[in-house]
Write a protein that binds this ligand. Structure first.
Ligand SMILES: Nc1ncnc2c1ncn2[C@@H]1O[C@H](COP(=O)(O)OP(=O)(O)O)[C@@H](O)[C@H]1O
Ligand SMILES: O=C(CO)[C@@H](O)[C@H](O)COP(=O)(O)O
Length: 504
């Protein structure tokens, strides 16, 4: 049988998966790396570290499956979105990549709003202006590192660096391009008027390919490093959420994803670009050439629970052997002992500011309603519920815009927890489905490589069987409690906005 290799360059780790021509995952391996914060608001990663981690993950998954390199028909790429990677003329990184959680560029956001009407900008890009977006970070580099800016030969996105090291081809794709704030999402190309208005250049922006396109072939140098065969085709690939959509089969209206990983995303597919007059959702190019992608994104989703665990749950952290998953299991068990509503306790998960729906880098995390009755388990449950309320805000925007929500597919680390999955179904008031294969992004990257490599047709991606692990129905009694709490939750941000600004 022939196999496809998917690589997903995440924010915390890179994952490599081998998928057979029958659509089954033969093996998966990962390698973690840190986020550097040389200043409190900064978030950077070293592209060379990404490459070394990718090589290690590829070698590990190939060794695990024992497959010969010749059996791998094509390589596909998925990656964390919005980050800025800058190369010099020799193809060397000019500086660490500035990645999506970075918040240094608030002044540039204001400057962009002064240079271009925000409604007009959103109408072209489909992106609300926010710190951490490629275009905003690029403007920061131009203003703060002008000498380095002059030496930019290539500006592209995180997974593009991995493709470059595999093939030595400089390229990007429409899905990642459409997350930059410099892209015309309807025309699926860089926007000349925006680049001109921000006094940037187009010369260093690679032509955007459709995700299924062949972007290059593995060089002898990359073959030696990875153990793969020289000449193996490599597809353009795309942003991790878009590859996740391919992996989970989200290619038509009505099927919606709720992903609670480090960040959280609610997304679906559409036959045409759709723009939110409130500029709360992101409209991106879908990985299928005739489709678009509508997404609400929250910043501290799983990250909120991780923050709580690491700072306030030392015994659980220790008892879970520090392995991450074990300690989350203990917290899930604790949350399950508490009634829905956490005895009147609410949590706002704005630990890093917020994107959808508030688009406010100054928003702050809060527990509201604390009393002497509350124990640690109540706080854990409130964190899980607060994250689900924040995700429901995106579903509420979808409802307002007439975007249908018939099925919700949950994924990310939170879908490993029975209690958190039930909380999602109860708060969304919609059944939640969990697929057996939870690694949607790396799986989607491999499937798309199958189209590039000629194993699948694009239509097969939609038809492929995606076995269901479980379906969770909302509990009507819980839903009634959460409906009341959600009304209170929604009233809190407007009441606290001014205080958040003063605390910033
Ligand atoms: N067993 C679990 N129970 C509850 N939450 C979990 C569990 N495992 C992971 N998580 C949550 O998922 C988050 C990690 O999600 P994951 O999708 O693995 O990360 P990434 O965003 O790096 O891909 C953690 O921060 C945690 O909040
Ligand atoms: O910011 C977004 C989407 O807008 C994220 O999708 C990032 O692309 C990183 O995702 P993870 O590495 O947390 O899965």
């Amino acid at each position: 049988m022939e196999y496809l290799l998917g690589i997903d360059l995440g924010t915390s780790s890179v994952r490599a998966a081998l998928v057979g021509a029958d659509g089954r995952v033969a093996g998966i391996a990962g390698r973690e790396y840190p986020i550097q914060t040389p200043h409190p608001d900064w978030a950077e990663q070293d592209p060379e570290t990404w490459w070394q981690a990718s090589v290690a993950a590829i070698r590990r998954v190939v060794a695990q499956t024992g497959l010969p390199a010749a059996a791998i028909r094509a390589v596909g790429l998925s990656g964390q979105m919005h980050g800025l990677v800058l190369l010099d003329q020799e193809g060397r990184p000019l500086r660490p990549a500035i990645i999506w959680p970075d918040k240094r560029s608030q002044a540039q956001c204001r400057e962009i709003a002064a240079r271009m009407d925000p409604g007009q900008l959103y109408g072209i890009t489909g992106m609300p202006t926010a710190t951490g977006l490629f275009g905003v970070s690029l403007l920061w580099v131009k203003e703060h590192e002008p000498q380095l800016y002059q030496r930019i030969h290539t500006a592209f996105l995180p997974k593009d660096f991995i493709r470059y090291r595999l093939t030595r081809e400089i390229a990007t794709d429409v899905t990642d391009g459409s997350g930059t704030l410099l892209f015309d999402v309807t025309r699926r190309h860089w926007s000349g008027p925006i680049v001109d208005a921000l006094e940037l250049k187009t010369g260093y922006l690679p032509a955007p390919l459709e995700s299924v396109s062949l972007a290059g072939r593995l060089t002898a140098e990359a073959a030696a490093a990875t153990g793969l065969a020289a000449g193996t085709p490599v597809s353009a690939g795309g942003g991790d959420q878009l590859m996740g959509a391919i992996g989970a089969g989200i290619t038509a209206a009505g099927v919606v994803a709720s992903t609670i990983g480090t960040g959280g995303q609610v997304f679906t597919a559409a036959g045409q670009p759709l723009f939110d007059p409130g500029r709360r959702i992101h409209t991106l190019c879908h990985a299928l050439p005739d489709r678009w992608f509508l997404m609400g994104a929250i910043l501290a989703a799983g990250l909120s629970l991780r923050w709580f665990k690491e700072n306030f749950c030392q015994p659980e952290d220790r008892d879970g052997a520090g392995a991450g998953t074990g300690s989350y299991e203990l917290l899930s068990q604790a949350a399950a002992t508490v009634e829905p509503g956490a005895q009147g306790l609410l949590f706002l998960p704005y630990l890093c500011g917020e994107r959808t729906p508030h688009m406010d880098p100054n928003a702050k995390g809060c527990f509201i309603g604390l009393s002497l009755a509350h124990r640690q388990a109540h706080l854990v449950r409130a964190v899980m519920e607060g994250v689900a309320f924040a995700m429901k805000d995106s579903l509420a925007v979808f409802a307002e815009l007439g975007i249908p929500v018939r099925t919700i597919i949950a994924s990310g680390g939170a879908a490993r927890s029975e209690v958190w999955s039930q909380i999602q179904a109860d708060i969304y008031e919609t059944p939640v489905t969990i697929l057996s294969n939870r690694e949607h992004s790396v799986y989607g990257a491999a499937l798309l490589a199958g189209v590039t490599g000629g194993i699948f047709g694009a239509a097969d991606l939609q038809r492929l069987d995606r076995p269901v692990e479980r379906r969770i129905a909302p509990d009507p009694d819980h839903a009634a409690i959460y409906r009341k709490h959600y009304t209170i939750y929604r009233s809190l941000y407007p009441s606290l906005k001014a205080a958040f600004e003063q605390l910033a």
